[in-house]
Design a protein around this ligand. Sequence first.
Ligand code: GDP
Ligand code: MG
Length: 714
Amino acid sequence: MAAAKSLRIALAGNPNSGKTSIFNSMTGARQQVGNWPGVTVEKKLGFFTYKGYDIEVVDLPGTYSLTAYSVEERVARTYLVEEKPDVVIHVVDAGNIARNLYLTVQLLELGVDLIVDLNMWDEFTACGSELDCDRLETLFGSPVVQTVGHRGIGIDDLLDAVIKLVEERAEQHRHVPITYGSHVDDVLTELTGLLEATPDLIGNYPARWVAIKLLEGDSEIRKRLSKGGESARSILDEAERATRHIGVATKSDPEKVISEGRYGYIEGTLKEILTEEPADRMELSRRLDSVFTHRYLGYPIFFAFVWILFQMTFRIGAIPMGWIDAFVGWLAGTLAATLPESQLSSLLVDGVIGGVGSVIVFLPNIMVLFLGIAFLEDSGYMARAAFLMDRVMHALGLHGKSFIPLLMGFGCSVPAIMATRTLESRRDRTLTTLIVPLMSCSARLPVYLLIGGAFFAERAGTVVFVIYVLGIVAAILIGRLFASTLFRSAPAPFVMELPPYRLPTAKGLLIHTWERSRIYLQKMGGVILAASVVLWFLGAYPQNPGLTESLEHEIAEQRAIGSVAALEKVSELEADAAALRIENSYIGKAGQFVEPVIEPLGFRWEMGVSLITGFVAKEVVVSTLGVLYHTGVEEVSGRSLVEALRDPANGITPLAAFAFMVFVLLYTPCIVTIVAVRREAGTGWMWFSIAYQLALAWLVSFGIYQVGTLVGLG
Ligand code: GDP
Ligand code: MG
């Protein structure tokens, strides 16, 4: 048997046309999710075999056009030209065919081997529309197939068409030059000739396409040519002259003339192929919108949905969370009991299971949250929520879509930052990514509960509420500040897309949920695991058995006595030994090192250490304080962590405690978030976000503590 032949397919199309559904139907679970090089647009690759072909399929970012105006468009066209997939499938929302064909026409101009996939064929026919597919096939010189993407209907026809196109490429394919009127056409021919004469200038790009782009004033193509020396310069000059000429001749600019040419071509095509005008399938959506995006009603409905989502996240998530928690506890207990006491068992139990276990318990919550969000997104409701919040978000120099990541930030910054991918412009993605961590995530709550409970007793609830509000206020102020300084380039003007409401399918929901959960598991598991091991090491080393020798000795003596008083003494001594060990470990040393930095905030060195370890995850602040105040296990010390913190001997004032909570709120949330920031915004912004949050946390806490002390609150 011959070796399998390989094939590469690209899926192009407008946002919401069903590309990802088709992609999922083709590949099932065999997908790879990553980013396009250098940008934060998601890249999805899938692999499968069909009729003896090994097929690689890529889900291109959704675009309406192939200009250089947005990252998505640049990514899509660069891929099409430079990676030259064997076949490009244009996934068309058949119910919206007029608008979708604008991209088809540009794909044809780009000279790719195209298949037009009329997706959402179910909706199209349900509206009583009819369309002459054979005619379309002839007009465009490309095969036309009908599919219902989310149900996997027609996928085999689509793949058969792909293989047929590849095997009989020569006969099937025909280039369709669109005419733009004599003024433009003449100039185009001339420029095309010039470009064809200097092939190394334009590489894989079709000459006529480059000529069109030059007339359109495409920034990227111009930049490319401007690096090309003498002949390139003369072509650019020629294009310049042609542009002016067209401007004079048509009293319009070439970009407009060209896009009008395309629309004219599409209009003509539609006249030929549409035998029955599509009915208004947006009717139901419009009726739903009159409620969901109602000027007043919309808001309470939205908050009700969010409230339900968070209730579900915590209530439903809590059940499997309990099981996982119990399992982790059981595993740790069993291992501790069976393994001989050694460094290795301590590393396993305290380090690995303690660290990773504390993260894995949140998986069910995260999955429920992702499932809920996938439902809201797939049904089309999320777009409405963003629409509602648009006005509020403009105060932040952002628009409505940024609202969703910010809202998710109350749960966890990591999925929230991942959710910035839904934003169109890079500026908005970066700005939102930078302020998301100021929304108080759920991992910080345990810290507030501990500190608030210890120092503010019955007023703790109010104090925690104040902290949350402070986070929101900080996000608003910082957002405005950054928008007016670092991101002056004005929010990308854009009309919010409101896709029709649809009932999500189980398969789509599950794939979305799994995709995000897997990223959480992989990335977070890796980072948390590494950090846990490092932390364990820093707390357990350097080992110095001599250090606690006399204490151990005394412990043994008291044990031998065995009276109640003696056993009490034992626990006291054990606590002292633990304290001594920690103080002399690397962590203890680090604490003494940071002491001068945090002293002006009224913090003790133990608090400083917990802030450092809190980089791993905010819950770790609590466990670190537990270890450092050697009260982690109550039986050892005989008093709770709360009592230990409150002990006047420790010298923590309520004012310092409040400043500490504010610090925890404002400073860089955790390693996982930092990784997420880097992934979405790049390394530069990652460092910036670490630096600004640390500075902000320090300054605000310093202000609170110092001013508070001055006015006598301390
Ligand atoms: P993408 O933005 O192009 O990747 O589009 P998606 O694949 O995410 O699909 C957008 C929405 O359309 C989802 O809710 C899908 O379930 C739905 N959808 C996809 N294909 C079809 C189809 O053929 N018919 C119908 N009725 N809905 C579809
Ligand atoms: Mg998609």
